[in-house]
Design a binder for this molecule. Structure first.
Ligand code: MLT
Ligand code: ZN
Length: 476
């Protein structure tokens, strides 16, 4: 389905219409701001050309979003919804210019319903604020992306963000019960409700999760809450090498008889980069690889028995040291190491490709082996870390100091992708396709599936004005 779309530029009349619809303080064409709202955390060196917003809008209500969409659709101007800009796929990049819609002013927690165990929020609420509010009521919001202290919940839903607790609780989409959305033509509607079951029609609520702002704009979300586990402990198990660490992962659930909240993996390069970046000796800093295993429970004695069991099992399966963190400070020390890895990588290197691969969990050891073989053969350094419990491994391949580093990395990427496909894996588990990975979709999905994505997109947004230039290529 090869199609092309034409868009109009933002003219003075559009600016005036928008100012009178949502207030002049909610519209900006300030050059510096336009620049800073025109990218996410993908380095600009990853793309050719520049992509700049022509106008920024800061809606305060769903009514404002509706007015903006009515104007944009009448004038055929692209609209790129934007959360906190913490994305890792170029999803918030205004690929065709136009309007960038920031949700920073829609940041209210509207309701915490203790009877139905739900929390209703606007899209600009910082994710960790939701967790804090829930915890203040002895409840758990289980979405836990690594960027949770900065990212907005709207972006988490649009990307179906994963993070550290997917192994037990599922990704962001699994936490969503209902969404208020604004469609491309400005219609405001609700998908889902405060209901735990719903087969009345198609499941639009969960179609929105991971749709990257291409189908409709989220203006409210009703999220699931759970009882807050009263106690938790984090085990940091140090292994001599990545193979031994990763081979232990399936044993944790099977032989341990427990589903941990997190099972995170870090290779030696990841540990040493984090240590260099944090600038202090970190636990397991010298290990060949390490796992963080987080256990939760309500009874401290049972929890202690469980972590002793997992600790012993780790040692039987090759760990040479197991640190147990059960105080706030010791837990923070462990997670600081894990969370520092992406920042450390982008701090020490400017030429790299960051991959977000997923394979069936039993193939993670094969994936690590393939990455090692492919990168070593190309004489390149690499870092592997990530969500071993759900098969989602991040792999950052460092580019060589040569002019053709893009080409070299592309060659390595193609080899890694073929291996991932052979293992029944896929291109992205949580960072999304966005602008960055759209040209690789054809490697992972067949023509028919890509055509279906396009048909669904056009059913929601016939003029393709909502976050165009993302997820799929239209000229093919
Ligand atoms: C992580 O697991 O640390 C996040 O997905 C962020 C990243 O890899 O950059
Ligand atoms: Zn991750």
């Amino acid at each position: 389905m090869g199609l092309s779309f034409s868009y109009n530029r933002v003219d003075q009349e559009t600016v005036s219409l928008l100012k009178s619809a949502i207030g002049k303080n909610n519209v900006s064409s300030d050059e510096e701001k336009l620049l800073s709202y025109s990218h996410d955390e993908v380095p600009s060196s990853a793309y050719e050309g520049t992509h700049m917003a022509e106008l920024l809008v800061f809606p305060e209500t769903a009514g404002h979003v509706s007015e903006i969409m009515k104007i944009a659709s009448a004038k055929r101007i692209p609209v790129t919804p934007r959360g906190a800009g913490t994305g890792l796929s170029g999803g918030a990049l205004p690929a065709f210019g136009g309007i960038v819609m920031s949700f920073e002013k829609m940041n209210r927690i509207i309701e915490l319903d203790e009877k139905n165990l739900t929390i209703t929020v606007e899209p600009g609420v910082v994710t960790s604020e939701i967790s804090k509010m829930a915890a203040a009521h002895d409840l758990l919001y289980a979405g836990d992306p690594c960027s949770g202290d900065a990212s907005f919940i709207g972006g988490n839903i649009a990307e179906n963000a994963g993070g550290n607790k997917v192994v037990k609780y599922g990704a962001t989409g699994a936490q969503v019960l209902a969404l208020e959305v604004v469609l491309a033509d400005g219609t405001i509607t609700w998908f889902g409700g405060k209901r735990r079951k719903d087969v009345t029609g198609l499941d639009f609520t969960h179609l929105m999760a991971g749709s990257e702002g291409t189908l409709a704009i989220i203006t409210k979300a009703v999220l699931k809450l759970l009882p807050l586990p009263r106690h938790s402990a984090d085990l940091l198990a140090a292994f001599p090498d990545p193979e031994t660490a990763i081979a232990f992962v399936p044993q944790i659930i099977k032989k341990g008889g427990i589903v941990p909240a997190s099972i995170e993996f870090m290779d030696q390069k990841a540990l040493s980069l984090a240590e260099k970046y944090l600038n202090y000796p970190v636990p397991a800093g010298e290990a060949g690889a390490a796992l963080i295993i987080q256990l939760e429970g309500n009874d401290p004695e049972i929890l202690e028995k469980e972590y002793e069991k997992i600790g012993n099992l780790s040692k039987e399966n090759g760990a040479y040291e197991v640190y147990v963190a059960d105080t706030r400070t010791t837990k923070e020390r462990i997670w600081q190491v894990r969370k520092a890895i992406p920042e450390a990588t982008s701090f020490f290197y400017s030429r790299y490709t960051k991959e977000d691969l997923v394979v069936p969990t039993d193939r993670v050891p094969d994936l690590l082996g393939k990455i090692r073989d492919i990168c070593s053969a190309a004489n390149l350094e690499w870092v592997t870390y990530g969500h071993a419990g759900d098969g989602n491994m991040h792999c950052t391949v460092i580019g060589p100091p040569a002019d053709n580093w893009h080409e070299v990395l592309r060659g390595v990427q193609e080899k890694i992708y073929s291996a991932v496909i052979e293992m029944g894996g896929t291109l992205s588990g949580e960072h999304g396709i966005g602008f960055k990975r759209k040209s690789d979709m054809k490697l992972f999905l067949d023509r028919k599936q890509i055509e279906l994505i396009k048909r669904v997109k056009l059913a929601f947004d016939p003029d393709n004005i909502l976050n165009p230039g993302k997820m799929v290529e239209w000229d093919q």
